[in-house]
Design a protein around this ligand. Structure first.
Ligand code: FES
Length: 584
């Protein structure tokens, strides 16, 4: 079919605003003309929204106005009309109490901005952790053609002539300070070299993971995940994405044709191969829920486990995103998987109209140290470990590639913290009754409890044990963990403590069994004792006044548990792109 034939078959939704010669058409066009827009722009050009998470308070996305300019050039070149609009920017580094609290808020902003405005398709400018899932969630609930353009990772961090990785260096250096291995002024001096260019965290943290997820889901052009933010090729990719989205309008290539169950299965496999963040479990579930794809925690076991981790990046490995791009980027990883028949669904469609495998089958790989051969993996059995048991009836997760192998089957005495403040107050106590075999347990850091499920699950170890040379301990909580962090850390325990999960009633001195191979997380008390404790817990609950009004009220009353992606119960599903009634 020729492009002209395709055009004749597509009815632009923007024509519902600008295509009539009446009072409504007058009003919609006239106010837009105050921007200097000539008449011919309104004559049937696809209008492409550029959904921009630019913000100087989201430093990882602070270069996005320039990125948007390149997207616009591509859109104009392909015959479209770009319209840029801002959406809520959930910045990981500054936003308190956690950017996760506002991921769903941002997704609502995105969904309603798209549906209520005269746009035929959108380019999603994403970068910092939550911005990627938020924009995909919002766009999926409208289901217009959409393409992801990521801001790209920062250049390698540098300290004393050596590479340091975003986030990961913070955890390492802070533990070295606490262990007395480096001085505070050295720690503070690392700040500038840690973040020395525009872009997102340069480790395989959550931002890089979600960029890889967007690419492996097929929602971006190849190489979108890894090109450094300041590399001119990032702007070329933005330009090409702008061109491509115009064609996607004529092809009616909506998100629902790309975000299929097959696409999510590919993404889960890729997450294992890259050693991706545990946060992907939550975000993919939330995105899938918006587009009507049924994704279960056990899909991560079924598809992810047993997959070798071949990308040798921090926090699990040695290198950073800059090297990952130079080594061949995500297409190289997908090629490795596909050649070994490890790509679950090679024919899954991507936004450029080709299959994921067609995009990657000839991808060059320039460095086998960074993108390792499958028979020389970084981790033989990567993926995310899903745990269940009487301590996590609805699941918990652990990232094996970040854990200590000897601790992945462990029985230990619980040292219990009721919340983050309790942990911070007591972990430094030299008299804390703890040894290296204990299990650190923290409650009330889940979706409702924090609220927002902060990335505090990788509790730092007691200073006295760090000073004694202890490097890792089992830690359990209902929190999340930064994708840049590491350790034998059980996360996302569901139901969370604040929702009355068994985690709420773990007591100091209880014994807990962790068995990753068996997928088991067990609190070693009788069923009767557990019920007695839970009944007493429920009877003692009161409403936190801070949750009684405002956005927190909406959040704690509607947020779903981690196993359901922490979306709001009323936001799940696709509500489509039908044009709303006139505004006047
Ligand atoms: Fe924004 Fe890491 S803090 S990407």
């Amino acid at each position: 079919m020729t492009t002209e034939d395709k055009k004749s078959k597509v009815k632009l939704r923007s024509a519902e605003w600008f295509g009539t010669q009446d009072k409504n058409g007058f009003m919609y066009r006239s106010w837009m003309k105050n921007q200097g827009i000539p008449d011919h722009e309104f004559q049937g050009k696809p209008i492409i929204g550029i959904c921009n998470t630019w913000s100087e308070l989201t430093p990882c996305n602070a270069h996005f106005r320039k990125l948007a300019e390149h997207v616009k050039k591509g859109i104009i070149e392909a015959g479209g009309w770009p319209v840029e609009f801002p959406v809520f920017s959930s910045g990981e580094s500054n936003l308190r109490p956690t950017a996760m609290l506002t991921r769903n808020l941002a997704s609502m902003d995105v969904e309603e901005s798209i549906r209520g405005n005269p746009v035929d398709a959108v380019v999603l400018l994403v970068g910092c952790d939550k911005t990627t899932p938020a924009l995909l969630m919002g766009a999926a609930s409208v289901d217009v053609p959409a393409i992801v353009v990521t801001g790209g990772p920062m250049l390698n961090g540098k300290l004393n002539g050596k590479n340091i990785g975003s986030g990961t260096a913070v955890w390492q250096l802070h533990e070295q300070v606490k262990a007395g291995e480096i001085k505070m002024h050295d720690f503070l001096a690392a700040e500038a070299g840690h973040s020395r260019s525009a872009g997102t965290c340069n480790t395989m943290g959550t931002a890089s993971t979600m960029a890889c997820m967007a690419e492996s889901l097929g929602t971006s052009l190849p190489h979108n995940a890894a090109i450094p933010a300041v590399d001119a090729r990032r702007y070329v990719l933005a330009h090409l994405s702008g061109m491509r989205i115009v064609d996607m309008v004529w092809e009616d290539l909506r998100l629902s044709k790309v975000l299929t169950k097959e696409a999510f299965e590919n993404a889960i496999r890729v997450n294992a191969a890259i050693g991706g963040s545990t946060n992907a479990v939550i975000h993919l579930k939330a995105i899938a829920g918006r587009i009507g794809v049924d994704l279960e925690l056990e899909d991560w076991t079924r598809i992810g486990r047993g997959t070798p981790t071949v990308v040798d990046l921090l926090p699990s490995g040695r290198f950073l995103m800059e090297e990952f791009y130079y080594a061949g980027g995500l297409p190289g990883v997908i090629r490795r998987l596909g050649e070994a028949n490890l790509l679950p669904n090679p024919t899954a469609l991507t936004v450029n109209g080709k299959s994921l495998w067609d995009n990657c089958l000839d991808a060059p790989i320039y460095d086998d140290e960074v993108i390792r051969p499958l028979d020389k993996p970084l981790i033989a059995d990567g993926g995310i470990c899903i745990l269940r048991g009487n301590l996590a009836p609805r699941g918990a997760v652990l990232k094996p590639s970040a854990a200590t192998p000897e601790l992945m089957k462990h029985r230990g005495r619980a040292v219990v913290f009721e919340n983050l403040e309790d942990y911070k107050a007591r972990i430094v106590d030299p008299d804390l009754d703890v040894d290296a075999s204990c299990i650190l347990v923290m409650k009330n850091c889940g979706p409702k409890g924090y609220p927002g499920m902060a990335e505090v699950g990788n509790m730092g170890l007691p200073p006295k044990l760090l000073a004694a040379g202890v490097k890792d301990m089992v830690r359990i909580s209902d929190a999340r963990m930064s994708g840049t962090a590491y350790g034998t850390v059980v996360l996302h325990v569901a139901p969370e403590a604040r929702a009355g999960g068994p985690l709420a009633v773990v007591q100091e001195g209880d014994f807990i069994e962790l068995d990753c191979a068996a997928g088991r997380l067990h609190l070693d008390i009788s069923d009767e004792e557990l019920k007695t404790r839970l009944d007493a817990w429920a009877a003692a609950q009161t409403v936190d006044p801070a949750d009684a009004t405002g956005y927190r009220h909406l959040y704690v009353n509607h947020v779903l548990q981690a196993d359901e992606g922490c979306d709001f119960d009323f936001l799940r599903g696709c509500r489509g792109s039908a044009v709303p009634r006139h505004s006047h």
